[in-house]
Design a protein around this ligand. Structure first.
Ligand code: SAM
Length: 252
């Protein structure tokens, strides 16, 4: 990796790693999705895919009474989650693991609920539904958020920002993928505007300001921070073009 790309990546993690969340979401949206899983057993086995530093993992621990396997392939996220799990005395219930969500190695039919906030785009929804179908018990739930277009013809800057979200479509496109899978839709809803700001963009902008202070006089770092700052700025101007949708589906 070129030196400046490596530096950009380090700065990216320096901004994102300490944030309460690394994507949009909230406890109230998690609760709304959890409530859609009406027939969960009393102590469900839960799998949290792409858990990041575990914001939604702790919500899930609050909203269910079972065990949660939380996986992410970025080791510092898992270290931070492990430390917080220990600090909160939840080691018996939450099991953080460094693993690749694209290569599940779980026992067949071992989970009552699979959860994923803002991470499935890394493998694609169709692939996620295919890969995790054997792992989830028949009649059990898969709840996930996914970035979707809300309006056609987004401005070029918005289009460019979602370049990494291969195959990103509208909520209707995701519904078509669910229909073509071996899962049935329970329901879906759009994350509210506050879910982008409360625990995500507001602390991100604060963190960027802090790092602007740390890197005063370092033109390369400041330019990289300006680049990262464009994401929340873009949301202020163009959030009508894109959003995150929570989908809850059930294995047939
Ligand atoms: C946008 S963040 C969302 C994190 C967390 N769910 C949240 O909402 O705060 C996406 C997460 O997916 C993880 N991730 C990306 N690709 C992955 C993969 N192939 N296997 C496991 N985790 C992955 C990243 O490390 C990151 O923590």
């Amino acid at each position: 990796m070129a030196e400046s790309t490596e530096r950009m990546e380090r700065l990216f993690f320096e901004v994102f790693e300490p944030l309460p969340r690394q994507g949009p979401g909230s406890r109230s949206s998690a609760k709304r999705a959890r409530d859609l899983c009406a027939e969960l057993p009393p102590s469900p086995a839960v799998l949290d895919l792409g858990c990041g530093a575990g914001a939604q993992t702790f919500h899930l621990a609050d909203l269910t009474t079972g065990t949660i396997t939380a996986i992410d392939n970025h080791a510092p996220n898992i270290e931070r989650l492990r430390a917080e799990v220990t600090e909160r005395g939840l080691g018996e219930w939450i099991h953080p693991l460094v693993a690749d969500i694209g290569k599940p190695e779980h026992e067949p039919a071992s989970f009552d609920l699979i959860w994923s906030e803002g991470a499935l785009y890394n493998i694609g929804i169709e692939e996620a539904l295919r890969l995790y179908h054997p792992v989830i018990k028949p009649g059990s739930y898969f709840a996930f958020t996914e970035a979707v277009w809300r309006k056609k013809d987004p401005p070029p800057e918005v289009k460019a920002a979602f370049e990494d979200y291969a195959g990103m479509g509208s909520a209707r496109d995701v519904l078509a993928k669910i229909k073509a899978s071996d899962f049935s839709l329970v329901d879906h809803f759009t994350l509210p505007y506050e879910d982008w700001w409360g625990d995500f963009y507001t602390p991100m902008e604060r963190r960027i300001e802090e790092l602007r202070g740390k890197y005063v006089g370092d033109a390369e770092a400041l330019a990289a921070l300006d680049e990262i700052a464009r994401e929340p700025e873009m949301h202020r101007r163009h959030s009508d073009y894109y959003g995150y949708e929570f989908f809850v589906v059930r294995r047939d």
